[in-house]
Design a protein around this ligand. Structure first.
Ligand code: PLP
Ligand code: TYF
Length: 394
């Protein structure tokens, strides 16, 4: 049977990781995969995570199964972190999932259960795994206009125009903050208009929030999600702890599902638990437990927030430095958007040929669509990148 298998398309971002690894040049710069790196190019375990792990070693007495939802304390902590008081928590069901990707997959599963003919709308462009998972599940994917290539901003008029085609029972996937791959984000006013449209169409919003704390701040980055939660009767939120807690390999995420009325939450929660059982039974606990410990302990939380803020401000500083350097070298404001974008990524608007040239001639690795990971830079490599971009990008 296995002999009938055909090779599957590779993930372009992960493929780039391998190319970088095999490049012998010691001047190479990795701006590919979305992993936070400090100025030394390292992705250290965050201080609060280390401290929580130490505590956990002392207090953990068993590793027996938790619950199908994961530890309910994790769900409660994530509701507070992401939604705060925007919505009555009694209306929110939550499950722990293997990473944000697990939450996205389970959100699609839930949408499919509710409406087997569901169309899932994704931004053009979006994180490639969104599209890949939707198609793998046999669901219909439509894309809505999002990125204005010429100005490297959101083309909001075009976005609203394409969302006019949304039908009742469709799901509209939105990036809660720090849009991947473009770095260009909606304003709160624009999110508000999108919420009106979703409401009018009888569709459901699914917010993917994978970078809370990487853009404008922990609370600021959740503002759009909270606005939608306050306004829409029903909604799904797929949240990832991979980036903001730096626990990528622990696979920690949470799917939240908001029902219109608190009376419906028991069935919604039961359905979420059922979906966990169908797909992998009990979700992973280690990362979720650390997150719960940190969010529930004032000192650990304060230290986590302080470190996250250092990370965020470091990336913002690199954005400013890069935009300034490019303004100086090109004598234009063409790259000013880099300082306005938020999160780990920006698409700098290079052609695929230019991206290839940057890789081959300069050892600068960015994704084929010219997405670069800002955290892959440091004060020394920003001028190197800027000089190469100024020279290569027409
Ligand atoms: N959503 C977006 C937009 C992402 O960029 C990522 C990637 O890291 C994820 C979700 C999920 O990440 P993970 O499954 O590693 O938590
Ligand atoms: O977009 C990124 O680079 C991150 C990491 O299959 C990632 O979201 C990339 C590809 C992938 C899983 C995670």
């Amino acid at each position: 049977m296995l002999s009938t298998l055909k090779p599957q398309p590779a993930d372009k971002i992960l493929e780039l990781m391998a190319l970088y690894r095999d490049d012998p040049r010691d001047t190479k710069i990795d701006l590919g995969v979305g992993i936070y790196k400090n100025a030394d190019g390292e992705t250290p375990v965050m201080r609060a995570i280390k401290a929580a792990e130490k505590q956990l070693w002392d207090v953990e007495t068993t590793k027996k199964y938790t619950a199908l939802s994961g530890d309910p304390a994790f769900g409660a902590a994530m509701k507070t972190l992401v939604l705060a008081d925007s919505v009555d928590h009694a209306r929110v069901g939550a499950i722990a999932t293997p990473g944000g990707t697990g939450a996205i997959r389970q959100a699609f599963e839930l949408a499919k259960l509710v409406n087997p003919d569901v169309t899932i709308w994704t931004s053009n462009p979006t994180w490639p795994n969104h599209v890949s998972i939707i198609k793998f599940m046999g669901l219909t994917n439509k894309s809505y206009a999002y990125f204005d290539e010429a100005n490297c901003t959101v083309d909001f008029d075009a976005m609203m125009e394409s969302l006019k085609e949304v039908k009742s029972g469709d799901v509209v996937l939105l990036h809660g903050c720090c849009h991947n791959p473009t770095g260009a984000n909606l304003t709160l006013e624009q999110f508000d208009l999108v919420a009106d449209l979703i409401l009018e169409k009888g569709a459901m919003a699914l917010v993917d929030i994978a970078y809370q704390g990487f853009g404008d701040g922990l609370e600021e980055d959740a503002a759009a999600t909270r606005l939608l939660a306050a306004k829409l009767p029903e909604m799904l939120i797929a949240s990832s702890c991979s980036k903001n807690f730096g626990i990528y390999r622990e696979r920690t995420g949470c799917l939240m599902a908001i029902s219109e009325k608190a009376e419906q939450t028991a069935v919604t929660q039961g359905t979420l638990n059922f979906l966990n059982r169908q797909n992998y039974s009990f979700p992973p606990d280690h990362g979720a437990r650390l997150v719960t410990m940190i969010l529930g302990d004032a000192a650990l939380k304060a230290d986590w927030m302080a470190e996250l803020e250092e990370v965020r401000l470091g990336m913002l500083g690199l954005r400013t430095q890069l935009a300034d350097e490019l303004r100086r070298l090109t004598n234009s404001d063409r790259f000013d958007f880099i300082a306005k974008h938020r999160g780990m990524f920006s698409r700098i608007g290079a052609t695929p040929e230019e991206v290839l040239k940057l890789r081959e001639d300069y050892g600068i690795y960015m994704v084929g669509d010219s997405r670069l990971n800002i955290a892959g830079l440091n004060a020394e490599t920003v001028p190197i990148l800027a000089a190469a971009v100024a020279k290569i990008c027409k």
